[in-house]
Design a protein around this ligand. Structure first.
Ligand code: SF4
Length: 346
């Protein structure tokens, strides 16, 4: 067995490790490297070193709060919150009190952002109300995770207290979803135009996705300046129409996390993976999403009682892998309260 790695891969890693970003063909070559090869070990180590050099020891936790469940008529095939999945037969919202309790829990465990997720058919006006409620109640920066928006709606999100939005062109967009990837990109442009930070992930990755389509989305994230853009695998809820395709392993996801990290170069402020897993924290990822409320990966209305990980669990995993979740966020500065009070969290 040779102890050396391929010179072609070594060249790509040298370039990637210096933060130059990767070309499409280079990313594709790395994405199809044999999983247990020395090359993949070197790839992960290079991505890890780049993240630690750029982000310091900081681990981030962006707390996902899904505010409603619904039989969503858009019927994206990977999502449990659809009419076709038949899991949630009635639309239901979590109460203001429940959302506030979760937000305060996020503040207490030291979340770096609150990621407020709605289904695709949720009232935009109601999302704005939730933003106004949270922005006067907690110090944690607010990120919206909702449908495609116009410039006027982007401005309204800002006015309601949001500072960023999570928005992805999903793998299989237009094939397994009814949505148009061009419209998704238009929303990403809106975010930039109005001054909302853009959060992204390559998702939801399954075994059926080609290295080419994965690489294209990684390059899109760099081109449009994502604040972060890691990798989330598809989780097949029981009865999912995607079950015949299976799921990728955490190890396969970590290989993609590493490639995505090198593609992004010095553009991002963090690098995400989902669901929380230790190996990606040694492959360039430093950002987790603890979760409560609705989730497209869960049959439980409150994923905090199902698949979702708590803030404490995420932070413990990060510490085990040599990251420090208690440092200030690289993605956001914590807001002062509307009354000018000093944040108890500094
Ligand atoms: S992913 Fe969003 S838009 Fe698609 S079905 Fe689920 S809730 Fe609706």
């Amino acid at each position: 067995m040779s102890w050396k790695i391929s010179p072609a891969v070594a060249d790509i890693l040298r370039r990637g490790g210096e933060g130059e970003g990767l070309e499409r063909e280079q990313a594709i070559l790395l994405l199809i490297l044999p999983l247990r090869s020395r090359e993949v070990a070197a790839l992960m180590q290079t991505a890890d070193a780049l993240s630690r050099a750029q982000f310091g020891e900081k681990a981030e936790n962006h707390f996902h709060i899904g505010v409603n469940v619904a039989p969503c008529p858009l019927n994206c095939q990977f999502c449990s919150l659809t009419e076709k999945a038949g899991i949630f037969k009635e639309a239901a919202e979590f109460s203001d009190e429940q959302i506030l309790e979760w937000a305060r829990y996020g503040e207490t465990f030291g979340a770096d952002a609150l990621n407020i997720m709605t289904t695709g058919n949720f009232s935009f006006e109601r999302l704005l109300e939730i933003g106004r409620l949270l922005s006067k109640s907690v110090f944690v920066p607010l990120v919206a995770n909702t449908r495609d928006i116009s410039h006027a709606e982007g401005e309204a999100l800002l006015e309601a207290g949001f500072v960023g939005a999570y928005h992805a062109v999903r793998l299989g967009e237009g094939r397994v979803t009814p949505l148009d990837s061009k419209r998704r990109v238009q929303t990403i442009r809106v975010l930039k135009d109005v001054g909302l930070k853009w959060m992204n992930c390559i998702e939801p990755v399954g075994p059926e996705h080609s290295a080419e389509e994965i690489a294209d989305l990684m390059l899109l994230a760099r081109e449009h300046g994502a604040t972060f853009s890691g990798v989330m695998r598809r989780v097949n809820f029981p009865g999912s129409p995607m079950e015949p395709y299976g799921m990728i392993s955490e190890l396969e996801m970590a290989r993609m996390v590493a490639v995505s990290r090198l593609v992004m170069g010095t553009v991002p402020k963090a690098h995400c993976t989902h669901e929380p897993n230790a190996i990606s924290l040694a492959a360039g990822a430093n950002l987790f999403f603890p979760e409560v409320g609705s989730s497209p990966r869960d049959g439980e209305a409150d994923t905090g009682k199902g698949r979702g990980s708590s803030g404490e669990r995420c932070k413990a995993m990060q510490r085990e892998m040599g990251w420090n979740p208690d440092l200030p966020s690289n993605c956001f500065t914590r807001r002062p309260s509307p009354a000018g009070a000093v944040s108890p969290l500094g």
